[in-house]
Design a protein around this ligand. Sequence first.
Ligand SMILES: NC(=O)c1ccc[n+]([C@@H]2O[C@H](COP(=O)([O-])OP(=O)(O)OC[C@H]3O[C@@H](n4cnc5c(N)ncnc54)[C@H](OP(=O)(O)O)[C@@H]3O)[C@@H](O)[C@H]2O)c1
Length: 286
Amino acid sequence: MSFPTERPAVWFVTGTSRGLGLELVKQLLERGEHVAATTRSSERLLAALGDGVDTTGLLPLTVDLRDEASVERAVRETTKRFGGLDVVVNNAGYGYLAAVEETSDRDVRDMLDVQVVGVWNVLRAALPVLREQHGGHIVNVSSILGLTAVPGWGLYCAGKFALEGLSEALAAEVADFGIKVTIVEPGYFRTEFLTEDSIALPAETTPHYPAIRQMVVDHLKLQGHQLGDPEKGAAAIIDQVRAGKGPLRQLLGSDAHAYATAKVEALRANLDATALTAPSTDFPSA
Ligand SMILES: NC(=O)c1ccc[n+]([C@@H]2O[C@H](COP(=O)([O-])OP(=O)(O)OC[C@H]3O[C@@H](n4cnc5c(N)ncnc54)[C@H](OP(=O)(O)O)[C@@H]3O)[C@@H](O)[C@H]2O)c1
């Protein structure tokens, strides 16, 4: 079995009761695809889908992504229900706004548990299925903050940079098995990401970072005014997977594209500035 195919594909999407994940589930079901949708609360997912969506092709799964056994069970249930698995979308994630110095040990571990350990649990469970069928697509939802970092977002960036690193390595490892990998890098999208329910803040702050306190206020005010349309974002992700081709990094939003361009220019300037000194630490060639 190879992918993409003309038959309905089987998608495994994480973090689906709101935002981009919810939009993906809705559009996939509308297109007649089969969807295993993981969430911390299937009840919340079903309530969010409402009566207007035909859920015949839906398998809602209450999963703790941090728990390997819970994830393995979910992947097993998916292949049992739909007879296979084609596309995995690691979408679950949340923002965290604080100075690096204010970020507690617990907060670091919680973030990496979801954004790195959780993704790794999904990959370990799903890859054998995709590898054996010699086809499939892994979509890892990162952020423009997985490519460039800004003050206040240190922990979130740490998680997304880690996700990008593992995704790049993975893409090279599984290409020969016919498995594609896409790293999605959205800019600001009008989901629930910046609501007080979603974004995490440190339990304790210091008085030394007033600009970051102001960023928190500004970001909460930005909710509902972000540039990115999640409907279009979800459609763009599905279309790239369905096309079966596209670059490793899928930038979403003109803001994301501008940030990425600035990052590349800064990196270029950094490379030029160290071009003469970098080789100075080499052993002399034989
Ligand atoms: N919106 C943006 O501006 C933006 C920009 C760049 C990247 N992103 C990324 O896009 C992805 C989707 O975010 P969104 O914008 O759709 O935000 P959202 O509306 O807040 O939805 C986030 C989803 O992630 C899951 N999630 C949140 N915290 C979690 C936790 N602690 N453990 C497990 N799952 C958790 C939730 O799933 P359940 O509640 O169903 O379990 C929820 O459906 C995330 O990876 C985010 O980092 C968003």
